[in-house]
Design a protein around this ligand. Sequence first.
Ligand SMILES: *Cc1c(COP(=O)(O)O)cnc(C)c1O
Length: 383
Amino acid sequence: MIYLARPNLSGREWEYVKKCLDENWISVAGEFVPQFEQKIAEYCQVKYAVATSSGTAALHIAMRVLDIGPQDAVIVPTLTFVATVNAICYTGASPIFMDVCSETWQMNIELVENYLSHHTYYKSGFYYDKTTHKKIKAILPVHVLGNMPDMKSIERIAQKYNLIVIEDAAEALGSSYFNHKAGSLGKVGIFSFNGNKIVTTGGGGMLLTEDYEIAKHARHLIHQAKINGREYIHDEIGYNYRLLNILAAIGLAQLEQLPFFLEKKKQIFGFYCQELKEIGFIPFSLTQGVECNYWLSTFIIPSNVDKENLLDFLYQNGIEARSFWKPMHTLPMFSRFKYFTYENVAQYIYQRAISLPSSTDIDLQDLQKVVSKIKEFVDICVD
Ligand SMILES: *Cc1c(COP(=O)(O)O)cnc(C)c1O
């Protein structure tokens, strides 16, 4: 099978994990967790990084440390992985869904501005939704596929409407915006180290911030809100969200490979573009100022090609390719929340986009096989 995005453990993963096993430090205590945090913080040039058990956990903690709750609303693109919206809903807050841009596939800023200027009212420092009366507390851009939205405009809007910027950079480790690393641009940013992400710990996440109090509170919450000391005293409702040392060991080794991963992902994307553009496959275009990590090569397929049949055909030929996310506003548990759109771009991308094998250990022969099988199928469609 040619896999979509499998872990590449060709670095010092084994060596570091062995060290954990040899020295008995496999759980939450141990040297690799702070080392991994520090390396990520350095790489992204932020002051604080707090390792968590998943990207979803990091998002949930982001909501908690920013005091987002049932009276609040968070602006979020409808084209994202479900975890983004689940984290908002864990707190009782409401998502407000925005469609994405047809070129970049990132949150449409014009829609956001339009919503804020026409559907909200101002009261003592904050803006409130006219119908739900929820406080618009935060804006949560998602860096879909390692591309990023127009962060300058988001920053401007956030200032104008007093919104907190939370970055879901789960897919964007290594991407940057005018030389600022993804994850470092908001009040809080998060990464995921899930198995398919560019850097993986098997499962894990990270919360990034410049703010000492936020970092401290995040660390407190992920450790069951336990007060330092010998006794078991807890001062609020916390979580068991810490990253294991044995996983941080893998993460540290993965980070050492990141420059190579970035290079390889770019080559893979470049190869697909070169080979598939001629048969009408369309990639997203980069937002101005973005350096992309090309985490997962994803394309809009030609209109005469049936997506399900293509995916089946590829699968039968030993190639794992995938559909893209169903827009969040169409999922049953989120359908009661507001959605703003001009042309329902997210729905179109969902219907027409597929992700192609993008593992960093893929070789040229496998890439050529993917391309030739796609061409074979597309030829049948044309006939
Ligand atoms: C992977 C991902 C997450 C969740 O990360 P987990 O580590 O799987 O919990 C959140 N948001 C986006 C956009 C993702 O791609």
